[in-house]
Every structure is written in C-alpha cells, then in structure tokens.
Design a binder for this molecule. Structure first.
Ligand SMILES: Cc1cc2nc3c(=O)[nH]c(=O)nc-3n(C[C@H](O)[C@H](O)[C@H](O)COP(=O)(O)OP(=O)(O)OC[C@H]3O[C@@H](n4cnc5c(N)ncnc54)[C@H](O)[C@@H]3O)c2cc1C
Length: 373
C-alpha cells in the first residue's frame, strides 16, 4: 500500500500526514468514516470548541478568522476538509482497519473487507475518545426506559416533554444538560459521582485554556491552590445546590485520571436557577427506577450516559503490552512504541487536545521522516 500509513483522518491523523508531506514523506491516511473529521460530524449540534480558535489549529494552516473565537462544530469540519485538500493528503475513506500485528514488511493491517495491507511505519490516530463507554450498571437490562450515550446525542428535540437524567458532569454531560433544559425537557437531572472542577470559559475576555497553557508548568501543589482559589472567586458556591467542592486538586486529577475541567457554558446558571438538578451518582437500575448512591431513586424517561470513552486499542492490537489498564498506549506522542509504530492524540492536557495533536504531529513527523530517509 504505502511505506507510511496513518490510521484515522481526524485532526491528529491529518496533521501528521501534512507534516510528513512537508518533510517529503507521502503517507496514506485510512479513515473508516465517509469523510475526514468523522468524529466531529457526529457530535451534538450546539457544540463549539471550548478551546480558542488561535490555539486549536493544525500546523501550516490556521483556522480562518471568520470562524470566530469559539469555532462551531460544522466550521471545524469545514476546516479539516480544507486542511486535507490544501495539503493534497491521500485519504482513503470507508476503510476500517480491524487488526494490526507485526508483519514481514513491518506491520500487517487487516481491513474490514477482509484484505490485508502492509506498511513499514504505522501511525495510529484513531482518537482518545474512540469507543463510547457505559458502566456495567446492575439492573440496566430490565429497566424499561431509554438509554443513549452522549456520543449519540444531537439536540433536545426528541426529549421535549421528557424527564431526562444525564449521567456525568464532564464537558459533554454538562452542556447536554443545558441543551435539554433550554430545549424543553420537563425535568433535567445531572448525576454526579465526583464533584467537577468548574472553570469559566473566559474571565474578562481571558480564556481558561490560556491559564492551562501558561501556568501548566507550576508545581502541582501551587497549581492546585491557584485553581481552587480562582474557582472560589469566580463561581458561586454550588454546595447548596448539590455540587460539592472537589476534594482533589485539578492538576492532581489531570495527572492521575487524565481529567480536564468542566468549562462553564451555562451549567452554573442552570443549576442556580433550578433548571438542572444535581443528584447523586447512579448505582444501578430496577424495574422502574434509577438507583442513586445516596439511597434515593428517580424515574426518568431517558438516561443520557455522558460516561466517557475507551481508546479501542486493545481490540486493534493483539499485543496487550502496548497499552496501560485504561487502554492508553504506554508510549505515545513522539517516540515509537515499537519499531515503526507510533501513537498520536492520546495526551490529555489543559492546553486542549487539538493543540496537543498539533505539537505531537511535528514530533512524530520529524522522527518518521528521519527513519524513512
Ligand atoms: C464533545 C467534545 C468536544 C470537544 N471539544 C474540544 C475542544 O474544544 N478542543 C479540543 O482541543 N478538543 C476537544 N475535544 C477533544 C477532541 O476529541 C479532540 O480535540 C480531537 O477530535 C481529537 O482528534 P483525533 O484526530 O485525535 O481523534 P478523532 O477526531 O476522534 O479522529 C479519529 C479518526 O479515526 C477514525 N478511526 C477510528 N478507528 C478507526 C479504524 N479502526 N480504522 C480507520 N479509521 C478509524 C475515526 O473515524 C476518526 O475520523 C472534544 C471532544 C468531544 C467529545
């Protein structure tokens, strides 16, 4: 097929292919979806980047100014399409790679149509947020309500007049709760296991993402203290509404759990106004109710599980020693995980994953181009 194959035509895959091309290395990009940016096409309608345009673009071609400070989902898709065209990237859509293993010529790739391809170098950019995950809640199979993962949520229309429980106060869960409250759901609850770190998206025009970039070097203890003090200053005390203060500092959670803070795009206002009701974590289901960790229960029509994603890499590789217990590659972002095998897009930082993908694409392209020449 090609000496260098990139898996996934998302931001990370496109960026690394473009960076390779700039260094004289042609790569083939294999994409399972019908076009580039498949993940972004499927995300909810109201989504705008929570990272600023200037810090979210890929190397060699910035996101157009006209897309505004907070880039809309559809504009990001347009940008990624334009990016692939601009650098004339060889993207083969509708091509799912099912399995990768060492082969005679480096790596052997089994495609969904049953064919086998080989490549000397494989760069995996299939997305940190790859496979929607729902916890194995007891009783779920007999509960009669409707359950969807946040990845399948588009807008509030199908939930008008319904009682909805959103599970998980991450960025998706909180924004979906706001969307449902604005879009006519009768009751919107937000189930919270661990109190989130909430940050204002901007303070006096200054984006939270920039704090992450500029202050990220601070020692953990100091960063944690600054983040906690900022939250106290900027946000109302939400404890009386059912959202506690985080027990573990922000940078500690980032390090130990790859956690990014919740950027407030309406959830604080909605909680204070009683339009979104925080409740305890979900423990399980019975034949009519969702059972919560504080011993209470609720009877929603619909549960939206904003409960995260797995990387899907365990299924892609037969070698389990490539990934840690959470499915994240042990070596990623620059150095080869094995000779001729790279992973990009698996580092969660306060500067944003798009910015990080741009940084890593340069590093990986530099290393691969040296090896290929
Ligand atoms: C709701 C939401 C909002 C976000 N907002 C931001 C934000 O504001 N700023 C930010 O920096 N980050 C944001 N992110 C994180 C975001 O996921 C990344 O920034 C970005 O999409 C990561 O790009 P990627 O190329 O690594 O992965 P993806 O965009 O997921 O691309 C992976 C590609 O690989 C393809 N693929 C997967 N498996 C295979 C296979 N087996 N064979 C072939 N192709 C395959 C997929 O179809 C996809 O096109 C957000 C994420 C979510 C879920």
């Amino acid at each position: 097929m090609a000496d260098v194959v990139v898996l996934g035509a998302g931001a990370a895959g496109l960026a690394v292919a473009a960076q390779l091309k700039a260094r004289g290395v042609e790569a083939v990009v294999l994409e399972r979806g019908p076009g580039v940016a498949t993940s972004w096409r499927g995300r909810y309608d109201r989504l705008k980047l929570h990272t600023v345009r200037q810090l979210s673009g890929l190397p060699g071609f910035a996101i157009p100014r006209g897309y505004g400070r907070w880039v809309r989902r559809d504009d990001l898709v347009r940008y990624l399409e334009a990016y692939a065209q601009r650098f004339k990237l060889d993207v083969r859509t509708g091509t799912t790679v099912e399995r990768i293993k060492p082969g005679a010529a480096g790596w052997s790739l089994r495609l969904a149509d049953g064919s086998e391809e080989s490549a000397r170098t494989v760069i995996v950019a299939t997305g940190y947020l790859h496979t929607p995950q729902v916890p194995p809640w007891p009783g779920l199979e007999t509960w009669p309500g409707e359950l969807i993962h946040s990845a399948a949520y588009r807008n509030a229309e199908p939930f008008r007049g319904k009682d909805v429980l959103v599970v998980g106060p991450g960025n998706s869960g909180a924004e979906i709760a706001t969307d449902l409250a604005e879009g006519g759901a009768t009751t919107v609850r937000l189930a919270i296991r661990t109190p989130p770190h909430i940050v204002r998206r901007t303070t006096a025009g200054w984006p939270a993402q920039l704090n992450g970039v500029l202050l990220g070097w601070l020692p953990e203890r100091i960063f944690n203290a600054v983040a906690a003090a900022t939250a106290r200053m900027e946000l109302p005390d939400l404890r009386k509404y059912g959202i506690g203060r985080p027990a573990v500092g922000l940078k500690t959670r980032l390090r130990t759990g790859r956690y990014v803070p919740l950027q407030d795009v309406g959830i604080v206002r909605d909680v204070v106004a009683g339009r979104v009701l925080p409740v305890a974590a979900v423990q399980g289901f019975d034949t009519i109710s969702v059972l919560l960790a504080d011993g209470t229960s609720v009877q929603p029509d619909v549960v939206v599980a904003a409960t995260g994603y797995g990387t899907g890499l365990r299924e892609l590789f037969e070698d389990p020693s490539l990934v840690d217990e959470t499915g994240v590659p042990l070596v990623h972002g620059g150095a080869p995980a094995r000779p001729g095998l790279f992973f990009i897009g698996y580092d969660v930082t306060l500067g944003g994953m798009l910015r990080q993908a741009a940084i890593e694409s340069r590093r990986v392209a530099r290393t691969v181009s040296r090896l290929e020449k």
